[in-house]
Write a protein that binds this ligand. Sequence first.
Ligand code: NAD
Length: 358
Amino acid sequence: MVKRYKIGIIKGDGIGPEIIDEAIKVLDALSVTMDLNIEYSEMLLGGSAIDETGVPLPKETIDGVRECDAVLFGAIGGPKWDNLPRELRPESGLLKLREVMGTFANLRPAIVYDELIDASTLKPEVIKGVDIMVVRELTGGIYFGQPREMSGERAFNTMAYTKEEVERIARVAFDIAMKRDRRVCSVDKANVLEVSQFWRDIVTDIAQSEYPEIELTHMYVDNASMQLIRNPKQFDVILTSNIFGDILSDEASMLSGSIGLLPSASIGKGVGLYEPIHGSAPDIAGQGIANPLATISSLSMLLKYALGEDEASLKIDNAIKKALEQGYRTADLSAYGAKEVCSSTEMGNVIASLVSRS
Ligand code: NAD
């Protein structure tokens, strides 16, 4: 039976359109082999939206995303819009979009591909086989807590979580772990912060009452930042709050050594946003050399987490591994085992052809 999905497409600025076009190519190829009927709905965000409508997040985009099963997003921003007032800048549009979509969980995998092991600054024996998923709480904690204030003599922020906020992010992490190695490490600072003790107690309760199969451990954030570099292979899923996750997910992403490879997902109650972790790379935009693999990998996450199309997702993951094994590299990775340095389009063609044949 043909399955029908509506996928929102936000190409954005800089290399955004180039990398998204390659992901669409891969999804088109998959649709044929997997009997999927995909309707695309293209929407504006960021600089391109400012140029066309005067605002970074047009109402049509807010309304449009709500009608989709999931949204695939490239990247926004660039020097052209950097001098606009803050609320009119591309980045404000993205923050607002995440807010209106209610995406409270940010998923950031850190995967080390064997073929690119030398691209990392860490020793190969430390990172070989690393496959971590960082689940970061995205809409609460100290970045949003009230009161917050800065005056001439004093400044402060508030780190606060409600029971409901901790429960829902814990469930996201446990659900993901159930599809992986069933191990969750919850990272906090419970030795110093009440809010972290509260977090720890609730996470423990949810694990015991709802996920008895999960092996739950707890770690203080200072130790976790050290352990990620010392022995990253000990982690499967890392569950943590907004600020700790912000820092740890960037640290984890550098294990893999390349910004052009890593995907992310922001999910919540409704439609999720799937995007590469990198920005719009204005320095290489329009040259056809951007690495589309992070975006294609984001598509794989979309298929798995938004549509439940695990087989299609696996086909993409395997195709990426195979392309790397066969020595295909975009310019950013040309120093690491390249047999053929390819353009963004050529890399998209290779992945599309591999998924078609799998
Ligand atoms: P960036 O991630 O765009 O680029 C950093 C470096 O990595 C650049 O040298 C770039 O060429 C390279 N790079 C990034 N993606 C690549 C890819 N797919 N293939 C090959 N090389 C790649 O970060 P930046 O330069 O700090 O920011 C540029 C713009 O992107 C800014 O306007 C920033 O605000 C915006 N930005 C947007 C997002 C987003 O849309 N989610 C995220 C971060 C930054």
